[in-house]
Write a protein that binds this ligand. Structure first.
Ligand code: GRF
Length: 212
């Protein structure tokens, strides 16, 4: 299964995907990495690994529709079976969603549907929850609203900051994102391109709750 990964920043999830591929636990091939920021560390990692990279920048005042079309063209040129948002900090528009219906997944640092948006860990702290975590879901037109494929929980500790909580959440992201990609590759998770609905063969295996 050929995968294009969209990134904006550090790329620790991209690294986790590549590590799982190297270890033989993720049956996928990363055929390209696309960023909206030219200086993303994730791009450096991809380039060092020999993965084709592209940058489709969006600056203040740019035409967002044109950016959405360029992004869709770049992704489509790599002919992926699956598009993975791994720290891509933009909301996708219709051009990409329409070209890859139900074939785009995202990892989010909170237990959706709670705490969508850019500040998942801080919002969880502000909400006073004792358990947070991460979610892998199919991308639809909303912000972190698509069907949920997998979640993992982490405890929220008394002295947590957004940074320490996020770091604990990321350890789980690095487990469940490559696992979901593998499950899609082997057909254990079916993405329905027409309805953007999903069927998870064994939901229990997609829910990981570590000891607290
Ligand atoms: C992750 O926490 C992901 O959930 C969120 O952005 C962060 C990206 O981290 N969407 P990285 O760039 O993969 O390290």
């Amino acid at each position: 299964m050929d995968v294009v990964v969209l990134v904006s920043g550090r790329g620790s999830n991209l690294r986790a995907i590549c590590s799982a591929i190297d270890a033989g636990s993720c049956s996928a091939n990363v055929v390209g990495v696309i960023s909206d920021r030219g200086k993303a560390a994730a791009l450096e990692f991809a380039e060092a690994r020999g993965i084709p990279t592209r940058t489709v920048s969006l600056h203040k005042g740019d035409d967002r529709d044109a950016w959405n079309r360029s992004l869709a063209d770049e992704v489509a040129s790599l002919k992926p079976d699956l598009v993975v948002l791994a720290g891509f900090m933009r909301v996708l528009g219709a051009p990409l969603l329409d070209r890859f219906p139900g074939q785009i997944i995202n990892v989010h640092p909170a237990l959706l549907p709670s705490f969508p948006g850019h500040n998942g860990p801080q919002d969880a702290l502000d909400g006073g929850v004792r358990i947070s975590g991460c979610t892998v879901h199919i991308v639809d037109a909303g912000v972190d609203t698509g069907p949920i494929l997998a979640q993992a929980a982490v405890p929220v500790l008394a002295n947590d900051t957004a940074e320490t909580l996020h770091a604990r959440i990321q350890i789980q992201e690095h487990q469940i994102l490559p696992r979901v990609i593998h499950q899609i590759a082997i057909g254990a998770i079916t993405l329905d391109p027409l309805t953007v609905s999903t069927s998870v063969a064994d939901p229990a295996r997609s829910l990981s709750v570590p000891d607290v």
